[in-house]
Design a binder for this molecule. Structure first.
Ligand code: GLU
Length: 448
């Protein structure tokens, strides 16, 4: 079978055996579409079931999560952990607590994670998990009881050498703390490396909180530098206002750019003076309120519940909210307003139509599996510190993160050039570079 027919057959089979999992189909198509030149050059990966095995998770867990709310009512959520690929190391990837979570979403995220983790150069495989639980509006006690119930089931599948979850949407330091506490209680082991994203005082790594956002900006900076440009004096739009968005904005400001807009699920916010990050952090992290509170506190800002943040003219866009938030029309609006670079801080925030618009217009585009790899890379640095019972300084850790992001950027360009001829094709470069590392390890480890 030639490479194109092989890829087509694998994709058809993915759709057939994972019905209704649109996001997983989309993520798989995005990778498979890039792989023809890799399979042409490595025919050994066609007859050995590498693609077929890569697209089928090693293990998929679905479990009931019962808990009692503050009114004494029993609530039931559904928990997931998809252990996708362990060729390069223990399964590694976050947990997402959000009402939209289902098996297809977890599978898309786990699949992306395989290649992202490979690109970091660290010894981590790919996995992802979560629950259709909405922490919004829950008390701390409710979140704690939910996390305890979730971990009561999940703990038997975890271990520092087996599967190492972290945070994602809806899972931050608070949730990681409750999850770790329950793991420790059930197993009677203080196993620091079983979860990452822990607070700095008890096993967490400096820079982990900031890492995904900082890393996305380092990646965008590296892309811009290839065209002799940078962030200095640039207008930047960041979507979202969670952990990734806030720390992406912080790094943009440190590099002399100005973040003039951000968003949440209720609408978007424009502050031409540059978003005041202390105020935004206070609203999102301390008060856990909506961004409209920002406009109420700042007369220079305006909040809009209609339209999208991508209507705001900018030089650089950093989508840091969630999957498929930036569609074809948003991309057309950004291009019309002169956007030069787009780097995905979230996982798969741009639809395939949007990516095609950017490609057509020659806009620099950094796909999430490369641009947002800084978060999981710093998780791997946390695992290193835990294994050595050591703590590195903020500066030392950030230096490591910056080096990883430069290296991810270099791999994308070198691989794109070697396999497609165009070094600016970061999608091709990220997919092929990630794939080759995993395929080599899988081949060496035999048919398992
Ligand atoms: N959820 C993050 C991601 O999408 C981080 C995962 C981790 O640190 O394990 O990469």
């Amino acid at each position: 079978m030639n490479a194109s027919a092989h890829i087509e057959a694998v994709y058809t089979e993915i759709c057939r055996r994972n019905p209704g999992e649109g996001e997983f189909h989309q993520a798989a198509a995005e990778v498979l579409d890039s792989l023809k030149p890799a399979l042409d050059r490595h025919p050994e990966y066609t007859g050995t079931g590498i693609l077929e095995r890569l697209c089928e998770p090693e293990r998929q867990l679905i479990f009931r999560v019962p808990w009692v709310d503050d009114h004494g009512a029993v609530r039931v959520n559904r928990g997931f952990r998809v252990e996708f690929n362990s060729a390069l190391g223990p399964y590694k990837g976050g947990l997402r607590f959000h009402p939209s979570v289902n098996l297809g979403i977890v599978k898309f995220l786990g699949f992306e994670q395989i290649f992202k983790n490979a690109l970091t150069g660290m010894a981590i495989g790919g996995g992802k998990g979560g629950a259709d639980f909405d922490p919004k509006g829950c008390s701390d006690g409710e979140v704690m009881r939910f996390c305890q119930s979730f971990m009561t089931e999940l703990h038997r599948h975890l271990g520092e050498h087996t599967d190492v979850p972290a945070g994602d949407i809806g899972v931050g330091a608070r949730e990681i703390g409750y999850l770790f506490g329950q793991y420790k209680r059930i197993t009677n082991r203080y196993e620091s490396g079983v979860l990452t994203g822990k607070p700095v005082g008890w096993g967490g790594s400096h820079v982990r909180t900031e890492a995904t956002g900082y890393g996305a900006v380092y990646f965008a900076e590296a892309m811009l530098a290839t065209r002799g440009a940078g962030f200095e004096g640039r207008r930047v739009v960041v979507s979202g206002s969670g952990n990734v968005a806030v720390y992406a904005a912080e790094k943009v400001h440190a590099l002399g750019g100005r973040v003039i807009a951000c968003s949440d699920s209720s609408g978007y916010l424009v502050d031409e003076n540059g978003i005041d990050l202390d105020l935004l952090k206070d609203i999102k992290e301390v008060r856990r309120a909506r961004i409209s509170a920002y406009a109420e506190a700042k007369p220079t800002a305006r909040f809009s519940a209609r339209g999208t943040v991508y209507d705001v003219p900018c030089d650089i866009a950093l989508p840091c909210a969630t999957q498929n938030e930036l569609g074809g029309e948003d991309a057309v609006a950004l291009v019309k307003n002169g956007v030069r670079a787009v780097a995905e801080g979230a996982n798969m925030p741009c639809t395939p139509e949007a990516v095609a618009v950017f490609r057509e217009a020659g806009v620099l585009f950094g796909p999430g599996k490369a641009a947002n790899a800084g978060g999981v890379a710093t998780s791997a640095l946390e695992m290193q510190q835990n294994a050595a019972r050591d703590t590195w300084s903020f500066e030392a850790t950030e230096t490591r993160l910056a080096a990883v992001m430069r290296d991810v950027h270099r791999q994308c360009r070198d691989t794109a050039e070697a396999y497609g001829g165009n070094s600016e094709d970061y999608v091709l470069g990220a997919n092929v570079a990630g794939f080759l590392k995993v395929a080599q390890a899988m081949t060496a480890q035999g048919v398992i």
